[in-house]
Design a protein around this ligand. Structure first.
Ligand SMILES: NC(=O)C1=CN([C@@H]2O[C@H](COP(=O)(O)OP(=O)(O)OC[C@H]3O[C@@H](n4cnc5c(N)ncnc54)[C@H](OP(=O)(O)O)[C@@H]3O)[C@@H](O)[C@H]2O)C=CC1
Ligand SMILES: Nc1nc2c(c(=O)[nH]1)N=C([C@H](O)[C@@H](O)CO)CN2
Length: 236
């Protein structure tokens, strides 16, 4: 009887990309732990498939540390950590500092503290991976979402630092998508303009993120790398 596989943690997996990747890992018999902020039917469905679901609000140090305690109580090892949770906030006049702090916390402080506090859990698995889900927009900045973009750029830098710190046992990489899937309230004009920004001009859906994740998990010779997943935005 072989030992059970160490689980993969995906943060922010109650919907969309994170939910899709969690389901695909379960399809392959990979144990999964997710974090969610909002209880949704999809969370219950993941539980029914055997996933461990931990509630977490990663917008503060307290919330992150509480999550780490819950995570460490639920497993003694980790195959990988996928930092997917994200708040895509705009610059609302008078609320800029709050938005900045929330996105700094979710996109940078949470990966930073979870990686540091869970290094030992990853070292009990071989291979072991950390994957940061960033954003292609960090490549050039954003006049409309300055704080979001800055926090994702900081996450890209954490990829480099953790790759150096955790090598050779733990690989640390990133995935930087551009448009993957629209939101329901995105209107036709926004969709047209967004699709026109890339050479391939498609809304690919969340499977392309899972394909990128699979590549990083399976490849023993990639670390400190952030994969561009942008339909060729940088060539048009
Ligand atoms: N969708 C796209 O086209 C693109 C996505 N990306 C990146 O890919 C990743 C997945 O994208 P997508 O699926 O659209 O992401 P979502 O906007 O659906 O967010 C993912 C999850 O993050 C969780 N979350 C938000 N704030 C917090 C918080 N304070 N604490 C804990 N969890 C939180 C939400 O939890 P809940 O719903 O449970 O409240 C949500 O389900 C993200 O990192 C995103 O930045 C990058 C470029 C394009
Ligand atoms: N947390 C999120 N981050 C991002 C989202 C999203 O829905 N949630 N969406 C985008 C856009 O698709 C953008 O890439 C194209 O307009 C970016 N980040």
């Amino acid at each position: 009887m072989s030992a059970p596989l160490p689980p993969i943690l995906i943060t922010g997996a109650s919907q969309r990309v994170g939910l899709h990747c969690a389901g695909r890992l379960l399809d392959e018999g990979q144990p999964v732990i997710i974090s969610y902020r909002t209880e949704r039917d999809a969370v219950g469905q993941l539980r029914e498939r055997g996933a461990i679901a931990l509630q977490a609000d990663l917008s503060s140090e307290r919330g992150i540390l509480d999550f780490i305690v819950a995570l460490r109580s639920s497993t003694g090892s980790l195959r990988a950590i996928v930092h997917n949770a994200s708040d895509w906030l705009t610059e609302v006049p008078g609320q800029e500092a709050d938005a900045f702090q929330r996105m700094f916390s979710v996109h940078m402080l949470a990966p930073y503290l979870i990686n540091l506090h869970c290094e030992d859990l990853l070292r009990r698995s071989s291979p072991a991976d950390i994957v940061h889900i960033s954003d292609d927009v960090a490549r050039k900045g954003s006049a409309k979402r300055l704080a979001y973009c800055a926090s994702k750029a900081g996450l890209d830098n954490l990829t480099l630092s953790f790759a150096a710190r955790f090598a050779p046992h733990i690989k640390v990489n990133g995935i930087a998508p551009a448009l993957v899937m629209f939101n329901p309230d995105d209107d036709a004009e926004y969709r047209r303009k967004t699709l026109a920004k890339s050479a391939l001009g498609i809304e690919p859906g969340p499977e392309v993120v899972y394909q990128s994740l699979r590549y990083l998990l399976d490849n023993p010779y990639v670390t400190g790398t952030t994969l561009t997943l942008n339909g060729g935005r940088h060539v048009v």
